[in-house]
Design a protein around this ligand. Sequence first.
Ligand code: BG6
Length: 503
Amino acid sequence: MIRIESSGNTRHSPPPLFFVIFGASGDLTHRKLLPALFDLHRKGDIHPNTRIIGVARKDKTTQGFRKEAVDGIRSFSRHLPKDEKDDPDDLREFLDRIHYLPLSFEKSADFDRLAEYLMDPELLKVTNGNILFYLATPPSFFIPIVEQLGRIRPSLDSSDRNGFTRLVIEKPFGHDLASAKALNQSVLQVFREEEIHRIDHYLGKETVQNILILRLANPVFGALWNRDIINRVEIRVFETIGIEGRGAYFEESGILRDMVQNHLFQLLTLTAMEPPVSFDADSIRDEKVKVLRALVPWRGEKPSGSILFGQYLEGGVLEEPVMAYRQEKGVDLGSVVETYAAMKVEIQNMRWAGVPFHLVAGKRMSRKATEIVLHYRKPPFALFRLAGCQDDTENVLTLSIQPNEGISLRFGIKRPGSPLRIDQADLSFAYNQIYQEDPPEAYSRLIYDVMIGDATLFARNDEVEKAWAFMELFLSLKRNPKFYPAGTDGPVEVDNFFSTDLS
Ligand code: BG6
């Protein structure tokens, strides 16, 4: 039986606040934000005086918005049983806190109305004047909204209000280095860096956070986390889904911008960073930025030699026939946009120089798997082979982030009896075998952190810009993708691509 002993820090109670969602009619609000807020409410992790204000262009009433919220919560909340017919009391309580305000992002008068609403003396008493703006709109609206917020900010910062002001922005933070800088510049004219929370939902996943616990709370792993013993590191994010109807968006972004620049780089930096001097947001982010500064294409090769692009053809995923990328709605028939990318990079510092990091992201793969895999070096002397025994042992540590969150370590064991034979075994741990409850949904965790003002799991401006600066090496490369049938493990060329650097 596995014994769990906990040691933990105190849980903070979020203060009351105005939670203003721009883009309240959108998919993200419906599928993620309101269900996550309801889950937090159910756990008692939202202050009873908090008011959620949905803001969007569509003309609808608070009643209509609440009705849509119920549909979203019923479909996507982890904590509302689907078969529960009546609305439970806590759902009704939650809905009472939700309001809707129609607002056009271009109209100054609408933002003035919003400011008046937020500065209502009666409401200020209830919310202590705390305001959180959440940008859940398409990215083209980020700068116009932030400019309008800049215009009303002086009236919000009047002496009648003492609370905090925070801004949450959804990815993508820019399309390339120049646009990321422009976005950061606009936002930083209105908000201080410590008020800004740039969301990358991968950082809200439990096993992603567990990377640091595994490394830094356990000397047995921490001591074996360097080039002396690690031969190579693989970070892969395989998805079975395709582009989910987002053809026009994907044609502009490709998987490099959609997944690699953000989610994969978050996994990479957490895996490779040095231990921080303390566990506060900036100390951790400082170390992540240093990794990005040390990042180069593998062995300093040309960028074109250290990346392989792929695109899915028609095929079958999980026994369902699926169309080719080029047949998706909104996609050019001759598109060369990548739905798959494999990259070889190196982190040129004392800990990692000479260790290849293989990053792979792919849509329409045979299975869903987000994994970080550390391959250890072989022993310097092949003792058992010399004794005539085949020894294929390779110690491999796998951190599985999705779909089954857990960790496993592969090692060699003696097969009972003679002659001498070595088999491979796994020492493994799965979250769902130990904890009965599902880990919290990433959005609940991240929204909770914003409410209590903890920025550790959010990207800082320099981190975003450094990631784009590295990405710039690849963005303008000619794509020329290798094709793979949907439902496979990607282009066949990838084996050769990666094998050339393995000694
Ligand atoms: C999003 C991407 O950021 O992450 C999607 O835009 C992708 O293309 C999704 O499917 C993956 O998230 P998760 O949590 O399902 O791994």
